[in-house]
Design a protein around this ligand. Structure first.
Ligand SMILES: N[C@@H](CCC[C@H](N)C(=O)O)C(=O)O
Length: 306
């Protein structure tokens, strides 16, 4: 028998976004508000709810089993980003979301962070270190990985992606940023504009837990002033087309840099419909190559659910 979830009447929420990737945010420090998947979908509904690409619950790590497990190795990870896609499904990580999450903690008086200081945040994709910058936040997203390493190394691609508006299915590369992505390079901006993302693209083979699909156009020339430039659109798992995807921008930069070869730069600017985010590759403290994402975060409203 399925239990009816407790009504959310009186729930306090905020609304925020990072480059147009928008979220409903709920502070639940003591882990008292378990929001059921169908309630997440109702809250994120743009016609009958508040509207958002996803819902983020701020809960102290100690109150979630996956958070408590992280605390053993990372005692500084007081806060856990409980992230759900707009359809109520879980995602391991959200790059725009984690910047907005930290901004929300500050806005709610749950954390204090001066420019240059950093907070360690628990996520289902591991801990992320988020530092405040002059214009927003930069996040050590950890290492990126191929999802199908043998095929990627051997052929530079591992799958085929098709979407309405494309003349033919395109080769693609699947990259994990904690959550799964499949990156397709398109020839030019006209092809990007003509790609229809109101229906989900088809991906063959689909990574084990589904995938977010990035359509990326490398600039011509690719590199200006030591910065690689990409324009992309994204179809997100559990959402649809969004104005931006932080983990997707990291995946698109990782794939494009891999395709470009050993001369490719470490710094990338990724233009999305909602703005531009920065991506940097650097040697991480664990000796692996890490990805840093930088961009803005905004809280635009707060309210109480009727
Ligand atoms: N928009 C996010 C990614 C959100 C999760 C994604 N839809 C998934 O299911 O993995 C970002 O900014 O990274």
């Amino acid at each position: 028998m399925t239990e009816t979830p407790a009504p959310l009447t009186g729930l306090r929420f905020s609304k925020g976004h990072g480059t147009g990737n928008d979220f409903v945010l709920v502070a639940d420090p003591d882990g008292e508000r378990d929001i059921a998947p169908e309630q997440v979908a109702q809250l994120c509904d743009r016609h009958r709810g508040i509207g958002g690409d996803g819902l983020i619950r701020a809960v102290r790590s100690v109150h979630l089993p996956e958070g408590a497990a992280l605390l053993e190795q990372n005692p500084g990870a007081e806060w856990f980003m409980d992230y759900r896609n707009g359809d109520g499904s879980l995602s391991e990580m959200c790059g725009n979301g984690v910047r907005v999450f930290v901004h929300f903690l500050i806005d709610q008086g749950l954390a204090a962070l001066a420019e240059g200081e950093a907070l360690t945040i628990g996520t289902r994709g591991g801990v992320k270190v988020v530092a405040r910058t002059e214009n927003g936040y930069r996040v050590d997203m950890g290492p990126w990985e191929f999802i199908f390493p043998a095929q990627a190394q051997e052929r530079g691609m591992d799958s085929l992606v098709d979407a309405a508006g494309l003349d033919v299915a395109r080769p693609a590369l699947s990259v994990s940023m904690g959550n799964p992505h499949t990156v397709v390079a398109l020839a030019d901006l006209a092809e990007l504009d003509g790609t229809v993302l109101t229906v989900a693209p088809s991906v063959t083979p689909i990574p084990p837990y589904g995938t977010n699909v990035e359509f990326a156009v490398p600039a011509e020339p690719l590199v200006t002033d030591d910065v690689g430039n990409i324009t992309m659109r994204v179809h997100e798992r559990g959402v649809g087309e969004t104005l931006s995807c932080g983990t997707g921008a990291c995946a698109a930069a990782a794939a494009t840099r891999f395709w470009a070869g050993s001369d490719a730069p470490d710094l990338w600017a990724v233009a999305v419909p909602g703005g531009t985010v920065g991506v940097r590759f650097f040697p991480g403290p664990d000796g692996r190559e890490h990805v840093e994402l930088s961009g803005p975060a905004a809280i635009v409203a707060e309210g109480v659910l009727a």
